[in-house]
Design a binder for this molecule. Structure first.
Ligand code: AVJ
Length: 331
């Protein structure tokens, strides 16, 4: 017997319109017994600006460390890549890190940046075409975690995937395995992937990176409430919520939460959501891996671990993965 009526499963009328997806994600997340919101919702214009600011914070080591690793080993990372290869980047944003790789791949055939932001793609294309006039920049405006296809005319070329930033850490280990598997199929038959992965380390250092003294990460987290207020006529009182970052050593992840300081109810259009004092909205997971742990996950997704580059403080890792070729041969 099916008790759930179809009507209950359908989206309520209130969330029709251009921001339907945002509204649906927010209402779904806040309706759960343990409230959560997907971390991709952080990145409205202000959120993207605040993230850029985070990458420059003294406590936030991942960005500058990864850039230093890429800069120190770019030639080695690029070695073995065909001149006729295609570079495919997942979540390319401003493509700043890509330039480091491209400077060592001067005859590369094409670059396919994949990002949800059409503005970022356009801006990156303009800048890269100017600096590398022979490079064909072929952007795809899409969420890289959704099914996608590369332009068919690039079919025969060797594919080098690039997935920096430890964005893989936002996915659960299971989801990371699924995503790495999908990337392997996209880059088939003889793909390679360069992926940035944040390393396990002292819990205090991890928490500081996600709860900085200047309060930029707090502003980044709480901006989600401002966004809901603006785009969905929400009634969140920003002074009644606070930012929290914790490290869960069992899960191996930093969690960001928005904590309700008091008992309260918040309206979003015509829906009310109750918060008890201390109740949280879980807004982000950022998994941290040892080198071996990450390689194990990659193996279960059909990748063979290749070279690994790390900084001398053991903060961050850049992995080379090589497709095991199984099940991806051209037919
Ligand atoms: C963009 C996923 C790499 O998890 O470190 C930074 C996002 N959140 N500070 C991360 C983030 C809070 C970031 N990634």
């Amino acid at each position: 017997m099916m008790w759930t009526s179809n009507k209950a499963l359908r989206q309520p009328e209130v969330i029709a319109g251009p921001d339907r997806e945002f509204a649906a994600s927010v209402i779904e997340g806040l309706s759960k017994p343990r409230k959560s919101l997907p971390c991709r919702l952080f990145y409205d214009a202000r959120g993207s600006e605040l993230f850029e600011e985070i990458t420059r914070l003294p406590e936030y080591y991942p960005t500058r460390t990864e850039i230093a690793i890429l800069g120190a080993h770019a030639a080695e990372i690029a070695s073995g890549v065909d001149d006729s290869a295609v570079l495919v980047e997942f979540g390319s944003g401003s493509s700043r890190k890509t330039e480091i790789l491209l400077s060592c791949l001067p005859r590369l055939h094409a670059y396919v940046p994949i990002d949800v932001s059409e503005n970022a793609l356009e801006e990156a294309k303009r800048r890269l075409t100017k600096r590398f006039p022979a490079l064909a920049v072929r952007p795809i405006a899409s969420d890289f975690s959704r099914p996608l296809a590369l332009p068919p005319d690039l079919g025969k070329a060797q594919k080098l995937g690039f997935f920096p930033g430890s964005t893989i850490g936002n996915f659960s280990p299971f989801a990371a395995r699924m995503l790495l598997g999908a990337m392997r199929r996209l880059l088939a038959p003889d793909g390679r992937l360069i992926v940035g992965v944040d390393l396990k380390k002292d819990a205090r250092q991890l928490v500081r990176a996600y709860d900085d003294a200047a309060g930029v990460t707090a502003a980044f987290n709480l901006n989600l409430l401002t966004r809901i207020n603006r785009e969905l006529e929400g009634s969140f009182d920003l002074d009644s919520f606070r930012h929290e970052a914790i490290y869960d050593p069992r899960e191996g992840r930093v969690e960001m939460h928005i904590v309700s300081i008091r008992n309260q109810a918040v309206r979003i259009r015509d829906l009310w959501f109750r918060f008890s004092a201390g109740e949280t909205i879980h807004t982000e997971n950022s998994y941290k891996y040892s080198i071996g742990q990450f390689q194990d996950i990659a193996c279960t997704a059909g990748w063979l671990p290749g070279r690994v580059w790390i900084d001398d403080q053991n903060l961050f890792s850049v992995h080379e993965l090589i497709s095991n070729g199984v099940g991806t041969a051209a037919i």
